[in-house]
Design a protein around this ligand. Structure first.
Ligand SMILES: O=C(O)C(=O)CO
Length: 338
């Protein structure tokens, strides 16, 4: 009997790839659960998802069944061995519950780098040049607001501090280096293959003191909730800017809003929020900030790359027993052979 793979979400761009990659080697079933209770019921012996060995998951499934938290993961049949998440951030999945149950989790790093880094670049340019306020002024029939130049700068020669030099942070560094901006970064460890123009700071507070713009690229984990808080924000120079395309909860939103109110921060550019899709109404009152509705991977090219990459991880799991892109918390790896 062919191993069963559950598509838990929506495959938008890689419909043909599903057939090619998994069709010959698996029985593909599509989730059909309007509620969490129905989803969990499906994994009971004889249920519609019983015997599934691998799951493709994307964030759209959360609208019906919620996050892959401990309750969901614990409810999977023992046959489930692999979850291929379609996305770079996997904070909607309880990775420790997966590990405890012998389920390997993979994500799609790399596939999102271009689209997410260009989103950060857009926010960087928009905030430094105050484009959001000027566009609003034009739409209101008022041409440009007076005094804008006094609040706006060239990017050339200014310092971009990158918090977390993974794939997205590195791609943004390359793009911003073209101005050129000065690029500095903080990561837990110096990145071995970072170019020499990317200056490493072992001490985050030294980095913050040098930054004109701080761009956040760390994943959301228990230890990164509120990482960019009052103390770090106040270490930034007066008039600096924060860009966030990572996860909303990595920044202490109240501390950030306070710093916008008292002028310590000149602007922020946000693509992510603590409780998406809700956006704190206090943010909407600032004309000088740029807000996007989580556009980080809203391109067909990136979304297709992500879908193919997640499906390929499942194919590799089925054919050679291990997929690529296993998330870091899975170390040492689980032997996921069928
Ligand atoms: O891939 C992800 O996790 C994203 O949030 C992209 O914006």
């Amino acid at each position: 009997m062919a191993p069963r793979i559950l598509i838990c979400g929506i495959i938008v761009w890689a419909d043909e790839d599903v057939k090619q990659l998994l069709g010959p080697i698996a029985e593909i079933i599509y989730y059909d659960s309007p509620t969490r209770a129905d989803f969990l019921q499906g994994f009971k012996p004889g249920g519609k998802y019983d015997g599934v060995v691998g799951i493709f998951r994307d964030n759209s499934s959360a609208d019906h069944i919620g996050f892959f938290d401990k309750e969901i993961v614990d409810g999977f049949s023992p046959s489930v061995k692999w979850i291929a998440h379609n996305g770079a951030g996997y904070d909607q999945i309880d990775v420790h519950a997966c590990k405890a149950k012998g389920i390997t989790l993979s994500n799609t790093p790399g596939a999102v780098d271009d689209a997410s880094a260009t989103t950060a670049l857009y926010l960087l340019i928009s905030t430094v040049r105050q484009y959001a306020i000027s566009e609003r002024s034009l739409r209101d029939g008022k041409w440009k607001p007076s005094g804008l130049a006094a609040k706006s700068h060239d990017l050339t020669g200014r310092t971009l501090a990158i918090l977390g030099l993974g794939g997205i942070g590195m791609r943004l560094a390359e793009l911003a280096h073209a101005f050129p901006m000065r690029i500095i970064y903080y990561s837990r460890n110096k990145v071995a293959d970072a170019p020499e123009w990317c200056e490493y700071f072992a001490n985050v507070e030294d980095l913050l003191e040098e930054a004109d713009v701080l761009s956040v690229h760390v994943p959301l984990r228990a230890e990164t909730v509120g990482l960019v808080g009052e103390k770090w924000i106040r270490k930034l120079k007066k008039g600096s800017i924060i860009i966030n395309t990572a996860r909303g909860k990595v920044i202490d939103e109240d501390a950030m809003i306070k710093a916008l109110e008292d002028g310590h921060l000149a602007s922020v550019g946000l693509d992510v929020y603590p409780n998406e899709p809700q956006v704190n109404p206090r943010l909407l009152d600032f004309p000088n900030i740029t807000l996007l509705p989580h556009m980080g991977t809203e391109t067909q090219d990136s979304q297709r790359k992500m879908e193919v990459r997640a499906l390929t991880n499942l194919k590799d799991f089925l054919t050679v027993g291990k997929g690529k892109d296993v998330v870091i918390e899975m170390n040492p790896p689980i032997n996921a052979r069928l």
